[in-house]
Design a protein around this ligand. Structure first.
Ligand code: BDR
Ligand code: CA
Length: 324
């Protein structure tokens, strides 16, 4: 059984990842921590509560970061990708449940302290909440089992940035937080654009989800219309990359990925702000920004077909189960 904290800026693909976790066998979701990113933290928290209510998710929701801790490359919210409400502008009814009173970063610390060595954090938004948790609890790296991050781009498979030529949105939205997290010693695997842009869901895939995956499949179909229209406007293809669910897939089945261990730094200012840079293991450089720092795993390749099958099977397997 994997105990998981999901740190998210829900978001269309975040919602898909949350349902992946919710329906996965052997996952016990301990907390959902929200943050700014795809929409304001008010909107992402409301979206988390909406999913909790609609799908009977037991985990409590904690409101997290409202803004970055350092300079950000990004301004405002990407409503052209996720809609003004973050869920493709579907109707969201009034909700009967509320977020917990404790702040998100404190919730991360509390869950990890409650189950030392057992908790994985899946972080698919800005790294702001995890950086704040490190401030509150400097021994977090020794207590967390695994941090899985969707973020960054390292140039493998020809994939670079999606908000600048070198920067990916989750990292560009709070580069300083990401640099602190990646150099903290937290046992970290980074699932970046190098692999998430290799996993593509197309029209037929969403049609199948709608047909085979019950309420969740129909919900995903509805929220994905906006996301697919955005991607079609950029690529000409009615299909989208699988970002946040790829991080969940790493947690569930890491052997779907090839990884490389490396020191990771993040550019925190200038034209390359938000760029994730890996240092070739064992190489000595003239500069000392790389020496003696802990390493992270970065994903360099993925078995895309098996990942897509895992997602579809996980969602379909839940059909007919109580509260799912
Ligand atoms: C990441 O940015 C957000 O828009 C997505 O939810 C994903 O986490 C992809 O760059
Ligand atoms: Ca996200």
């Amino acid at each position: 059984m994997k105990r998981v904290v999901f740190d998210t800026d829900i978001g269309i693909d975040d919602a898909m990842a949350l349902l992946f976790l919710h329906f996965a066998r052997d996952v016990e979701l301990q907390a959902i921590v929200t943050g700014f990113g795809n929409a304001s933290v008010d909107s992402t928290t409301r979206n988390a509560l909406y999913l909790k209510e609609k799908f009977g998710i037991e985990a409590p929701v904690f409101r997290g970061a409202t803004e970055p801790i350092g300079p950000s490359l990004l301004r405002g919210y990407p409503d052209f990708v996720h809609g003004r409400n973050g869920l493709g502008d579907i109707d969201i009814p009034d909700l009967g449940c509320r977020a917990e009173s404790q702040p998100g970063a404190q919730a991360i610390v509390d869950v990890v302290r409650q189950y030392p060595g057992e908790v994985s954090i899946v972080a698919v938004g800005r790294m702001t909440n995890v950086a704040a948790a490190l401030e509150l609890c400097p021994e977090l790296p020794q207590l967390v089992q695994q941090l899985v991050v969707m973020g960054g781009a390292f140039g493998f498979n020809g994939h670079r940035g999606n908000v600048s030529p070198v920067a990916e949105a989750n990292i560009a939205g709070d580069p300083l937080a990401a640099d602190r997290v990646f150099t903290s010693g937290l046992p970290t695997t980074i699932v970046g654009l190098d692999v998430t842009e290799e996993v593509i869901m197309d029209r037929a895939y969403f049609d199948s989800l709608r047909k085979d995956a019950g309420l969740a499949g129909r919900f995903i179909y509805d929220i994905s219309r906006y996301y697919l229209a955005f991607h079609e406007s950029v690529t000409g293809r009615y299909a989208c990359p699988v970002h946040d669910s790829s991080a969940v897939a790493w947690l569930l089945q890491p052997d779907l990925f090839t990884t490389l261990d490396s020191t990771i730094r993040v550019a925190t200012e200038g034209i390359a702000c938000g760029q994730t840079v890996w240092a070739a293991p064992g190489t000595r450089y003239e500069t000392n920004g790389w020496d003696g720092l802990p390493v992270c795993g970065i994903c360099t390749a993925v078995d895309s077909d098996t990942l897509l099958q895992l997602y579809a099977d996980t969602l379909a397997s839940a059909v007919g189960k109580p509260s799912r």
